[in-house]
Design a protein around this ligand. Structure first.
Ligand SMILES: [Zn+2]
Length: 373
C-alpha cells in the first residue's frame, strides 16, 4: 500500500474551499475532512517534527527552525515496517527528521525558490509509480510567502478595480530588515496593495492544487492519503501580514486535515497533528503505543489542543470548548489572553473570567505532567 503524507505549507483552514483548491476540496468530499485539527507549533520544522514523530514539541524539543541533532522519539518512517520504501519530496532541508527516509532535495542553493509545486509533484508521481509499498512525505512550500506563481492566478482572486497604495499596513509587526525585504520584493513585482498579496496567496494555493491533481489521480487507488498544513498564516488580522510565527491565534493554529479513503472517526473533541502518525499506524494495524498522540480510529475524547511558539517569545495556546487561551512568558511572569471564538472569531477582545482561566490551567498542567520529557 502507498501512504502519502502531504503537507501544504501555511495553508489556512478557511482557505480550503471549492474555489481556491478544487482538487483538495474534492479529496475532502470523498474522504474524511477533519474540521477541528490544531498544529502543535507555528513554524515549519517544529510542526513537522510533531507530525512525523506523533509527539509534542515539549517532548521532541525541536522548537526552532534548526532541527535537534539528537531527536529522541522515532519518526513514523522508522516505525513503519522495513518492507516500505520511505521517501520524501520537498524543497526544504529536514536533516534529522529525514532519519529513516530518502529525501529528494530539490533545492541546490539557498537562494533557489522553495515553491516548486510542479517539480515536487513530478518527483512524487515518479515515486508513486515505482513503488507499491511506499511511505511518501511530500511538502509543498508554495502557499508560503513570497508568492511567485504566475500572476494570472493572483488576478483571478483580486476583486478590486485597481491596486491601492497601502503596503505600510504590513509594516507594524515586521522588523526593519523584514520590512525592507518585503518592500523590495513588492516593488520588484509591482505590488502596492496588501490585498493583492492576499489574492496572490490564494493564487498560490490554486496553482499548487492544480499540480496536485496528477498525484492524487495516481494515489487514489490503493493508497492512504493524509493532507494537512504545518500551520496557518496571518492575512492582516491584528495588523500582521504574511507571517505565521507570531502569536498563536486560531488562524495560525487551526489547520485542515483530510484523510482518504474515508475513515470511521471515533475520536470526539479535538484532533491534533500528533494524532496523525498513530492514525497511520493503526490504519495499518501496527502498534502506536510509543507515541503521544492517539489514533482517530479509537474511541476516546480530547478536551483540549495545544500549540506552542518560541522564536520571539515562549507561548502556549490552549484550545478548549469554544475558547482559545494564549499564555506568553514575559520575563519572570506570564501574561494571558483568553478569547471566546464564537462571539469574537477575530480574537480582538480578551475576556477576564477566573473560572475559564482555572479550566485552561487545569488542561495545561495535565498536559505538561503527561508529556513533558
Ligand atoms: Zn511552514
Amino acid at each position: 500500500m502507498r501512504i502519502a503524507l502531504i503537507v501544504c505549507d501555511a495553508l489556512r483552514f478557511d482557505h480550503v474551499s471549492k474555489d481556491i483548491c478544487p482538487n483538495i476540496w474534492e479529496l475532502a468530499r470523498r474522504g474524511t475532512f477533519i474540521e477541528n485539527c490544531y498544529c502543535q507549533f507555528n513554524q515549519t520544522i517544529p510542526s513537522t517534527a510533531s507530525i512525523l514523530t506523533g509527539t509534542y514539541p515539549i517532548f521532541h524539543k525541536i522548537t526552532e527552525l534548526m532541527p535537534n541533532k539528537n531527536l529522541k522519539p522515532k519518526t513514523i518512517q522508522e516505525l513503519l515496517p522495513k518492507t516500505y520504501f520511505k521517501a520524501g519530496v520537498t524543497t526544504l532541508w529536514y536533516k534529522d527528521l529525514s532519519r529513516g527516509m530518502n529525501y529528494t532535495y530539490k533545492m541546490k542553493h539557498p537562494s533557489e525558490p522553495y515553491d516548486q509545486a510542479d517539480k515536487i509533484t513530478a518527483q512524487a508521481v515518479r515515486l508513486a509509480r515505482e513503488h507499491e509499498d511506499l511511505f511518501l512525505h511530500i511538502h509543498y512550500f508554495d502557499p508560503h510567502y513570497p508568492y511567485r506563481c504566475p500572476r494570472k492566478y493572483a488576478d483571478m482572486f483580486f476583486d478590486k478595480p485597481s491596486q491601492e497604495n497601502n503596503l505600510e499596513k504590513a509594516r507594524r509587526f515586521m522588523t526593519e530588515e523584514a520590512w525592507k525585504r518585503f518592500k523590495q520584493y513588492a516593488d520588484s513585482v509591482g505590488v502596492k496593495d496588501v490585498d493583492y498579496f492576499k489574492a496572490w496567496y490564494k493564487g498560490e494555493i490554486y496553482w499548487m492544487d492544480m499540480q496536485l491533481s496528477s498525484l492524487l489521480e495516481i494515489l487514489e487507488d490503493d493508497s492512504l492519503i493524509i493532507l494537512t498544513s504545518d500551520h496557518g498564516e496571518a492575512l492582516g488580522e491584528h495588523g500582521i501580514y504574511f507571517l505565521h510565527n507570531v502569536y498563536l491565534h486560531t488562524w495560525i493554529t487551526h489547520v485542515p486535515l483530510i484523510i482518504y479513503p474515508r475513515i470511521n472517526v471515533k475520536r470526539t473533541g479535538f484532533v491534533e497533528h500528533v494524532d496523525i502518525a498513530p492514525t497511520i499506524l493503526d490504519y495499518l494495524e501496527l502498534p502506536s503505543t510509543p507515541l503521544q498522540g492517539s489514533s482517530l480510529l479509537r474511541e476516546d475524547r480530547k478536551d483540549a489542543a495545544f500549540s506552542q511558539e518560541s522564536r520571539y517569545r515562549v507561548s502556549v495556546a490552549i484550545r478548549f470548548k469554544k475558547y482559545n487561551a494564549i499564555l506568553t512568558k514575559r520575563g519572570d511572569s506570564m501574561i494571558g489572553a483568553l478569547y471566546d471564538l464564537e462571539r469574537d472569531p477575530l480574537e480582538q477582545h480578551p475576556i477576564a473570567d477566573q473560572d475559564l482561566w482555572r479550566e485552561a490551567f487545569k488542561h495545561l498542567i495535565r498536559w505538561e505532567e503527561k508529556y513533558w520529557a
